[in-house]
Design a protein around this ligand. Structure first.
Ligand code: IPE
Ligand code: IPE
Ligand code: MG
Length: 237
């Protein structure tokens, strides 16, 4: 009796994938549901995809959950999103057993006190995890992040001649982390919407018409396959 083991498909996994979780509202509209139902469905997809990324051994995943511009939305929608964040944070025990290290990036200052406490608890509780590093971007804006970095540089009294690109990178929320190699945006929009604008200077981009609540591991697999066909030159030949 012979048994042949199938060779595992050789592929390069990006070190850091960043996802713009977009299309919740349109997903709900298509089903004649309130936008909040789209956000609930999107939150489920988020957990599913984060678990999947951890399972396949991804090192870093950064998800865009709420931008500095999203405060422009109707008060009720902002409240719905904040309540979903609360629910997620209260339920964060789930991820703990999965060895996922959670970090929140963005200007957390304007968030409600209880949310800030829950965030701290979640980060502290998962700080020793050695699996996926999961960054959740809340009240995040790339320009806001760079503006804050500049303020810190000035406040620290760093002189002009000392400033390098690293000086700036070290003052971003993603300090110490590798830049994203691969940015995924579902929902048919072809823009960054102020996401990781410094960090993604040399990232590869992948767009899809799938709305975020419909996004499945198979879509991520397709994206990673496509990533493997990219030729990253970084300005070289
Ligand atoms: C993404 O889905 C969630 C957030 C921005 C908070 P949207 O709510 O932007 O969904 P669309 O783009 O309106 O479909
Ligand atoms: C980007 O989506 C922000 C998040 C997914 C959290 P938006 O829906 O806010 O972006 P725009 O308005 O289409 O650019
Ligand atoms: Mg949107």
């Amino acid at each position: 009796m012979f048994s042949f083991k199938k060779n595992k498909r050789e592929r390069i996994l990006p070190k850091h994938i960043a996802i713009i979780m977009d299309g919740n509202g349109r997903w709900a509209k298509k089903r004649s549901l309130p936008r909040s139902a789209g956000h609930i469905a999107g939150a489920k997809t988020f957990k599913n995809i984060a678990r999947y990324c951890n399972k396949i051994g991804l090192e870093y995943l950064t998800v865009y959950a709420f931008s500095t511009e999203n405060w422009k939305r109707p008060k009720e929608e902002v409240e719905n999103i904040m309540n979903l964040l609360r629910d997620y944070l209260k339920d964060a025990e789930n991820f703990k057993d999965e060895n996922i290290k959670v970090k929140f990036i963005g200007n957390l200052e304007p968030l409600a006190e209880d949310i800030k406490e829950l965030i701290k608890k979640d980060e502290d509780g998962s700080k020793d995890a050695t699996g996926l590093n999961l960054n959740i971007a809340i009240n995040y804006g790339g320009r806001d992040e760079i503006t804050n970095a500049v303020k810190k540089i000035v406040a620290e009294g760093i002189s002009q001649s000392e400033i390098t690109e690293q000086t700036i990178s070290d003052r971003l929320y993603t300090k110490g982390q590798p830049d994203p190699d691969f940015i995924i945006r579902p929902s048919g929009e072809y823009r960054l919407s102020n996401y990781l604008i410094w960090q993604s200077a040399y990232a590869e981009y992948w767009f899809s018409d799938v709305l975020w609540p419909d996004f499945k591991p198979k879509h991520l697999e397709k994206a990673i396959d496509d990533y493997n066909n990219r030729n990253r030159r970084f300005g070289g030949v």
